[in-house]
Design a protein around this ligand. Sequence first.
Ligand code: PEP
Ligand code: MG
Length: 890
Amino acid sequence: QKFVYSFTEGNKDLKDLLGGKGANLAEMTNLGLPVPPGFTITTDACKVFLETGTEPGSLNEEITGHLVALEGQMGKRLGQADDPLLVSVRSGAKFSMPGMMDTVLNIGLSDASVTGLAAQSGNERFAWDSYRRLVQMFGKTVLGVDGELFEEALEEARHAKGTANDLDLTAADLESLVATFKAIVLRETGREFPQDPREQLDLAIHAVFHSWNGDRARLYRRQERIPNDLGTAVNVCSMVFGNLGEDSGTGVAFTRDPSTGTQGVYGDYLQNAQGEDVVAGIRNTLPLADLEQLDKKSYDELMTIMHTLENHYRDLCDIEFTIERGKLWMLQTRVGKRTAAAAFRIAVQLVDQGLIDLDEALHRVTGGQLAQLMFPRFAPTSETKPVAYGIAASPGAAVGKVVFDSYTAVKWSRSGEQVILVRRETNPDDLEGMIAAEGILTSRGGKTSHAAVVARGMGKTCVCGAEELEVDTKNRKFTTADGQVVHEGDVVSIDGANGKVYLGEVPVLPSPVVEYFEGTIHAGADVQGGLVQAVHRLMSHADGRRRLAVRANADNAEDANRARRYGAQGIGLCRTEHMFLGEERRKEVEHLILADNDKDRETALSSLLPLQKGDFLELFQSMDGLPVTVRLLDPPLHEFLPDITELSVRVALAEARKDPNENDLRLLQAVHRLHEANPMLGLRGVRLGLVIPGLFGMQVRAIAEAAAERKLAGGDPRPEVMIPLVGTVQELELVRDECERVLAEVAASTGVSLDIKLGTMIELPRAAVTAGQIAEAADFFSFGTNDLTQTVWGFSRDDVEASFFTAYLEKGIFGVSPFETIDRDGVGALVKNAAQAGRATRPDLKLGVCGEHGGDPDSVHFFHEVGLDYVSCSPFRIPVARLEAGRAAI
Ligand code: PEP
Ligand code: MG
């Protein structure tokens, strides 16, 4: 097995093996672009190392082979005293991961070779600056020394010099700083900073391997649902220097604006600096366009390369580059992260440029991004004046209480507060706080700073580089340009679309994408740089492609109407219990429960009948011509009775006053009678229909009469009746007989012939396992994946998310709650088998899903794969389900 690949050997499709960075370095090398030579150690090597605790046997030898070749090519040896070859060591997993160790630069420098580098470069300051960077980065990321210690020493050196700028430190200052840094290493780790260049290299490689399992990397993987067993590759690359003087520098660039998709010159450049200075947002950068004045030749070459890359990758790319004494070098490229709006715009721009087709464009946007675009924006009002203008780094409108550290962000958000994390700049240590916050505000750094890149990746609102703000994290406050002081806990609003920062809470407006779905903005309207048009084109394409129909979970006319505007093709779940709420109706249900003879029961049922019928009339009207699946009553009856404790207190107080209330006493008895230790597994669903005579019959009558009335009025009602919580076909057969009898009666009395399908939910394991039998009595199945998940896992759906799911997620037992994304292996397997068994009995059996999973992107793909006919979800998720159903079909 081969564990090391030269950059000339790989290509962009080898991301699993070489990681994203390594694969793309190889691709650029083979495109003939100026990439400093180097090699990549594979993810396989990392996996062996993490499993066994040691390198694979042949790795050391392979590295030596590639190193010797590199030394031959460069004409100098690693760390050679009079003219050292220096290398960088960078991690690079299949997916880019901000939580991992990223880079150690200048490996190969030592007390001996630093003088060689000074002589060769003719620049003593540069040599010592490079050495102090090595000790600092190596100390922090490889040896685990607290990075603050180095920062403080650096700050002291600047202070002693009376400057705020590193560039004012002389060679002598930096030399003594190296001594200080080495002393810090010795003190903190009990060992000298290693002088042997090969030892430096090997330790750095091991540190990259280890960083795969660092806390932040694991957290990031959970958040982004990246599998834990991929491992990272390690890239060893010969150094080029952006810190050799004014004719050198380093930068990052995008081939298009990552927040809008507009083509142009986007990026940041920093003269006389090394890469980490830009990404960390430590010094403020120049806009990339300024490079044209500074170094026209490099600038032109960069523009050509960016063009080449975009056409080659047929997508937005982001790149890191360095200019060493007027010579341009490419250090990295990848298909760039982008905001949700940019993703839609870029996808259709590339179609219009003829680079990709509509299928590919659809492939490149996600339901998650569409959901983000449906968030509201700030309402521009004349009274609200921003207190600062930062860089619009990641869009959205975020309002929350100011916090200044990750810990507080997490703590406050756990207790239900919305927070805005405010920092001078962020670093990977802030990741947890960034996840917890509504938005992120920094006073330093550009569009490519850590805060900006990470926030965009997470779809989180971010304003960065708001330089007028004086952020004082120690004292937990910031000060605006006009002297207003904002303390921890004060509310601010930040607008990630234009970089504005407001004090207090600013009201928000709906998104134009929502207005488009609502029909208040026309599909062709030119809003937000063509965003609505792009969404419209991709939605239309998805609709043309998808096999899955999309229905809505709705039980009132308002939701049904919205669902229809959003493209629902019917109602997949009308929960009739929602129609029993409200004081008047709840009272009728109470009468039904309290009835102890047929007459009282029938009276209660007949007063409920017209109310139900009225609801159905409205619903059938708004869904005219489309199927409406009405589910008969599902929840345990005690949900309609007063709370047991409150009622007991009321009864006890009345007794103490010697004024007992007859009705309350009967109610309390009923509450006791119906009390269940496990109501979710108790008297609910079909069981209610079987033990409360006339209940389901009344509901079916209301449905049938409403349908008949709509038909007589010229409408096209298409109700379907659905029985919940069935576990065996016998239950369904009994209820079916009753339903058919009622339907025949209504047909006879109204003279209207009705074709109403009767089906069942599959939401118990037994139902899934015996689906072949159940299909004998069902015209359709709708998978109730909420209850099915609850019963298959034995997880109480109302309790677990608050009790132990956090621990389960942290331990990696699952990457996402099974109530959110379908558990393919367990619950999903039951769905798949039940679908097959049902269809084996009845080939025309209609199959749908109406649990929450029906609107979850990943789950929609699964339901497509197992051959369901439709998914049903809440009205707001319908566009997401349509888009994902289209993506699943290509
Ligand atoms: C389900 O169990 O998935 C379902 C849709 O029913 P409910 O959520 O109403 O229990
Ligand atoms: Mg259910």
